[in-house]
Write a protein that binds this ligand. Structure first.
Ligand SMILES: Cc1cc2nc3c(=O)[nH]c(=O)nc-3n(C[C@H](O)[C@H](O)[C@H](O)COP(=O)(O)O)c2cc1C
Length: 369
């Protein structure tokens, strides 16, 4: 990391992605925020580096009602609405040249041959990058194998979550010539029930949908960490990101671009402007002058580090705001409330680290006994 002290605006966020120079690594991946050319233009009024179209189907489709619902701090969807392939050709032709976008094909509705035929026409309409999305990894491998020689623009895939044979899938995708990998799609099927009616909250046939947002973030981070261990093509990390801190984490895990869908759906597109601003400030605070410098950092650190043991909680009273949360969560009563302040008994501490992780003002440090 850079040693120099930098002012807030100097941290570079620009990244290279498959021949595109992006203003920042922030992406909107497939979803209702990019369902046609108009919504893509709205997205690009904000600090968005890259846009993925909604997954394009061969035919237009509508979603059941309701199809997007908040679930805790996350989101569930049964969103299969799409304007359809023919309409998309016109939408793509209408986009201004230089628009940084990826055209995403909902591969799961077509055969590899049909997906490639769609890709060739989308490329002719102006798609600068094509992506294939399918819950079936074998289908993705086959599509890249057949499609790579026929498609001139970069060809990438979006992986489903929880692939048991990830390393083998990645090896075969690389051999087939894949140019980049995005992960991951929302997790599902999942179910939430409206307890006033006993009915599922989503309007799909069986009431199930797919989960995205905050709840899935650690799953995605681990996934991106694993994928970027095995491949040397750019990786797009998407799943549960909602802040500058989350973006840095995903980049440290190995991502070149970092996508968001649930967060801007729940908070509005302005979240991209806030995250980009916060990202510059955060990088500066971390003494980093270029986002590219921290890509994959965790891989390098983990190789050097060893297991950590026997670290005990120490409270910094200059920072402590006496919220008492640490004393409430300490299940061995090593942190207690005297009525005037919280005190840590380092002999009783069992080194779990929960107190430090819940402290809202970062007043607890874990140090050797
Ligand atoms: C309402 C909604 C619609 C989505 N539609 C698609 C889609 O058409 N194709 C696709 O590959 N992913 C789709 N996704 C998945 C997102 O692109 C993203 O991978 C996932 O939501 C995880 O990111 P997030 O936690 O930031 O939402 C959709 C997600 C949501 C919430």
């Amino acid at each position: 990391m850079a040693e120099t002290t930098l002012n807030e605006t100097t941290a570079n966020l620009s990244v290279d992605f498959l021949g595109l120079k992006l203003r920042n690594p922030l992406a909107i991946t497939e979803g209702p925020l990019t369902k046609d050319a108009e919504t893509i233009r709205w997205a690009l009024e904000h600090e968005v580096g890259l846009v993925f179209t909604k997954g394009i189907r061969p035919e237009a489709a509508i979603s059941p009602s309701p199809y997007i619902v908040k679930a805790g701090r996350s989101l569930m969807n049964a969103d299969w609405s799409d304007i359809g392939f023919e309409a998309w050709l016109d939408e793509i032709r209408s986009l201004e040249s230089g628009t940084p976008f990826v055209v995403s094909i909902a591969k799961n509705y077509v055969t590899p041959e049909e997906a490639i035929e769609m890709a060739i026409q989308l490329e002719a309409a102006g798609a600068p990058i094509i992506s294939m999305c399918d819950y079936n990894a074998e289908q993705l491998i086959q599509t890249v194998r057949l499609g790579r020689p026929k498609i001139k623009v970069p060809l990438m895939v979006k992986l489903p979550p929880f692939l048991p044979n990830l390393e083998e899938v990645l090896k075969q995708l690389m051999e087939a010539g894949v140019d980049a990998i995005a992960a991951m799609d929302s997790i599902g099927p999942v179910l939430e029930i409206d307890i006033r009616t006993g009915l599922p909250i989503l309007g799909s046939q069986d009431g199930t949908g797919y989960l995205s947002g905050t709840a899935i973030r650690p799953v995605t981070v681990k996934y991106i960490y694993e994928i970027s261990r095995f491949v040397d093509v750019p990786v797009v990390g998407v799943g549960g990101v909602g802040s500058a801190r989350d973006v840095v984490e995903m980049v440290m895990a190995g991502a070149t671009c970092v996508g968001m869908v649930a967060a801007p759906l729940l908070k509005g597109l302005g979240i991209f402007d806030r995250v980009a601003k916060d990202l510059r400030q955060l990088l500066t605070k971390l003494d980093v002058n270029d986002i590219n410098a921290v890509r994959g950092l965790t891989h390098r650190k983990v190789q050097q580090s060893s297991m950590r043991y026997e670290l005990r909680s120490r409270i910094d009273y200059d920072l402590c705001n006496y919220c008492k949360l640490c004393s409430k969560v300490c299940f061995v009563r090593a942190i207690t409330d005297t009525g005037e302040r919280v005190v840590a008994n380092r002999e009783r501490c069992v080194s779990c680290g929960l107190c430090a992780s819940v402290c809202p003002v970062e007043a607890i440090e874990l140090t050797a006994l």
